[in-house]
Design a protein around this ligand. Structure first.
Ligand code: KG4
Ligand code: ZN
Length: 341
């Protein structure tokens, strides 16, 4: 039933290599969620090529938005606001989504809602669970690794972040060393399930009490291990190396999340970003935090962990309620900082 007080937000996401549009009701219910992936076009280059990404977004954005509305069974007139990723991301890609959102906002006289991509990843959790504040978010994506303390809805405080590579970036680089195709993260995860952590690899704990991360040393250690073994004319066991790498990454992520929860008296953890799809990480979080400490751990299903527009609409609903709107001068900001909504 369509209650008059219901809020329907159209979300648009084009920050990287997915063209996505979705409609979410009241920040909680997904009415439609369309994601067009360009992965196949970027695969042969071993990574995302910005110019190729922009061109793909231009080609499909209109059809993706139309499909999202059609799937939701709504017309643009039923939409209360248009939420779009402002940044961070590839500027040429961001601008395609932003221009589509601006056009709709202008023509149909709807509020334009700017959303930070990471706020979107975090609020994907609102689509699957009730959120009890204060809570901690573990953000692990291709571009970010952060611990974010959220004392109240939409209030972000970054208490730890990576000093070099993001977790997903480290996964993709190590996967490339093992000759896995782009994006290597999911394949490395699969390989790790079949191996044992028999290789000794470092864990960067950094200074005591620091909630920051560092993954570049671990990445170099994997590369050196591969070189040393092949130089000796021996064969590496890729499954075991993947399992060892995964063990080092997940150990530090879970342990630091646990310490942050203890220090800030938080009992719910929400996990966000593409690496939240990682099987080893999901298992360890459940084992250590839920079974070990009785904390509540919320992890979205795989299709809501990777880039999508339902998460942008979910976060956009909070900004809509707080009347955080943008003018038609909105621009794409590649290095946008995470600010409260
Ligand atoms: O959040 P996301 O879709 O895009 C960004 O905003 O960065 O994250 C993509 C990243 C890639 O680095 C990809 O390799 C990684 O998430 N990823 C994984 C898994 N699935 C995706 N990394 C490890 N294990 C996975 N299962
Ligand atoms: Zn993302």
């Amino acid at each position: 039933m369509n209650n008059k007080k219901d809020i329907h937000i159209l979300g648009i996401e084009t920050s990287c290599d997915e063209t996505a549009a979705a409609v979410v009701k009241n920040g909680k219910a997904i009415l439609s969620n369309i994601v067009m992936s360009q992965i196949d076009s970027h695969k042969r280059f071993g990574g995302v090529v910005p110019e190729v990404a922009s061109r793909h977004h231009v080609e499909v954005i209109t059809a993706v938005i139309e499909e999202a509305l059609e799937d939701a069974g709504l017309s643009i007139e039923d939409i209360d606001g248009i939420a779009v990723t402002e940044g961070p991301g590839l500027v040429g890609s961001l601008l395609i989504g932003i221009n589509a959102a601006k056009t709709l906002a202008l023509v149909h006289d709807k509020p334009l809602i700017p959303v930070h991509h990471i706020a979107g990843h975090i609020y994907a959790n609102n689509l699957v669970d009730d959120l009890n504040y204060p809570l901690l978010a573990l953000v692990v994506s291709g571009g970010h690794t952060e611990l974010v303390l959220i004392r109240e809805e939409g209030q972000f405080e970054v208490i730890g972040e990576t000093r070099d590579d993001a977790a997903g970036e480290a996964y993709d680089k190590v996967a490339r060393t093992l000759n896995l195709p782009y994006p290597g993260g999911p394949l490395l995860d699969k390989l790790a399930q079949e191996g044992k952590p028999n290789y000794k690899l470092p864990i960067a704990w950094l200074e005591q009490n620091s909630f920051d991360f560092s993954f570049s040393g671990l990445k170099s250690a994997v590369i050196n291990t591969v070189h040393n073994i092949t130089q000796r004319g021996e064969l590496i066991v890729p499954e075991d190396l993947a399992a060892s790498f995964q063990e080092s990454v997940t150990e530090v992520l879970v342990e630091k999340a646990k310490r942050a929860m203890q220090e800030h008296n938080v009992t719910q953890l929400v996990v966000a970003g593409g690496v939240a799809a990682n099987k080893g990480l999901r298992e360890k979080l459940k084992n250590v935090l839920e079974e070990g400490h009785g904390y509540k751990v919320t992890i979205p299903p795989l299709n809501l962990c990777t880039d999508n527009a339902a998460m942008i609409a979910a976060a956009g609903t909070i900004a809509f309620r707080n009347k955080k709107f943008a003018s038609l001068n909105l621009n794409g900001v590649p290095g946008l900082e995470l600010e409260s909504m």
